[in-house]
Design a protein around this ligand. Structure first.
Ligand SMILES: Cc1ncc(COP(=O)(O)O)c(C=O)c1O
Length: 387
């Protein structure tokens, strides 16, 4: 009988000197809570599978196995009651790549890309860099959360709008959209013939009380007009292994996608493939425990901001380990992330990176041991006291 592995997420592991982007960008005196990876060791079955592959010692060209495709389609059937076929899955080295392929494949320079700011910066910056126009329907802050203004959403779709880059669960505001919201989004996009590219990279990091539903799982009409992007990278902390996939059930769209990608987009690397398969097959025990730990960190943060640092307001976190913090009442003059970096030695993402509606906010990554988080929060609180 299998025994349960108990993971220790409290363990502080040195990441400096390991070529970590998160830990290397700032000085040794800075606690980095910015880029979205976790300071936790990944699931034991993943680490073991990677070891086995390393020990084999041959690292030739890789092609995704049927086993991985079947694992993925079983998974979406089990979790979302969504039937897809093996050939619907197109592998990718990452989801930023996926977003970029999506608007390149389905729009031309000068066409419009629909987004909802504040949103993960690649959604806005990359299309602009490649000559697309942004048609923005900002999310609307309501109490401690955000909503879609559906009238505005529809009005933002104009003649030039070809594709909607949707983020669900949403980075950085932490929303998991409800079935009703998804139905409205889908209905509007279908009516206006806008392709939906739904980035669902955070779909496994959802807190109790909420559940994720891929927009394409609503019905075959929506699936037929959409690309769903998923990856094991956030789920199992494998971002450095570069493995993701797009689900494109419509053969016509898939053909356009593959034609654009040909010769430009590399396949999945060997370690990414091994990590993905081991994670999706055997990583769930780890994920359950990681989610409990993340939930406790989220609750700790909520309490901290309510009781000890009430000038900062945290958005309700339905998913992700990225807290969205409103610093507009703190009295900080200028850029809040700059303030916390200089005065508290804590590195956060500045809200303005996420487009309209992000000014005055910061994003804090709480996927770290409680000790690290506590020290960062204490530093932030004492820096604010000295203002
Ligand atoms: C919504 C979203 N998409 C994509 C990514 C990055 O994906 P990848 O590392 O696979 O390019 C992130 C990382 O934070 C993200 O939050």
């Amino acid at each position: 009988m299998d025994t349960m592995t108990q993971y220790d997420f409290d363990q502080v592991i040195e990441r400096r000197g390991t070529d970590s982007n998160k830990w290397q960008r700032y000085g040794n005196d800075v606690i980095p809570l910015w880029v979205a990876d976790m300071d936790f060791i990944s699931a034991e079955p993943i680490v073991r599978a990677l070891h086995q592959r390393i020990d084999h010692g041959i690292f030739g060209y890789t092609r995704p196995t049927r086993e991985l495709r079947i694992t993925l389609l079983d998974r979406v059937r089990r979790l979302y009651d969504w039937e897809i076929k093996e050939e619907d899955i197109v592998f990718l080295p990452g989801l930023v790549t996926g977003l970029n392929v999506a608007y390149h494949a389905f729009s031309h320079p000068g066409d419009g890309v629909l987004v909802q700011t504040p949103v993960y910066f690649h959604f806005v910056n990359d299309p602009v860099m490649h000559g697309r126009a942004i048609d923005n329907s900002p999310l609307v802050g309501k109490g401690d959360t955000y909503e879609i203004d559906f009238d505005d959403f529809e009005k933002s779709i104009i003649r030039r709008t070809k594709i909607f880059l949707f983020c669900n669960p949403h980075n950085p505001v932490g929303r998991v959209y409800t079935r009703e919201e998804l139905e409205k989004v889908a209905e509007i996009c279908l009516r206006h013939n806008v392709i939906v590219c739904s980035d669902e990279i955070h779909c496994d990091l959802v807190f109790p009380g909420y559940s994720h539903l891929p927009i394409a799982a609503l019905n075959p009409e929506v699936a037929n007009q959409s690309v769903t992007l998923m990856a094991p990278s956030k789920t199992f902390n494998l971002a450095g292994l570069h493995c993701g996939f797009a689900i494109i059930p419509n053969p016509r769209l898939r053909k356009i996608w593959e034609t654009f990608s040909h010769g430009l987009i590399p396949g999945v690397n060997i370690m990414g493939h091994v990590g993905a398969l081991a994670g999706y097959r055997d990583g769930w025990e780890w994920l359950d425990q990681a989610l409990l730990y993340l939930k406790a960190n989220r609750d700790f943060l909520t309490q901290f901001f309510e009781k000890k640092l009430s000038s900062i307001r945290m958005a309700r976190m339905e998913a992700t380990y990225l807290a969205w913090l409103d610093c507009r009442e703190t009295g900080i003059l200028g850029n809040a992330s700059d303030f916390f970096l200089r005065k508290a030695k804590v590195a956060l993402n500045d809200g303005s990176e996420f487009g309209k509606g992000g000014e005055g906010f910061v994003r804090l990554n709480f996927a770290c041991p409680r000790k690290t988080l506590t020290e960062a929060l204490d530093r932030m609180a004492s820096a604010l006291k000295k203002l």
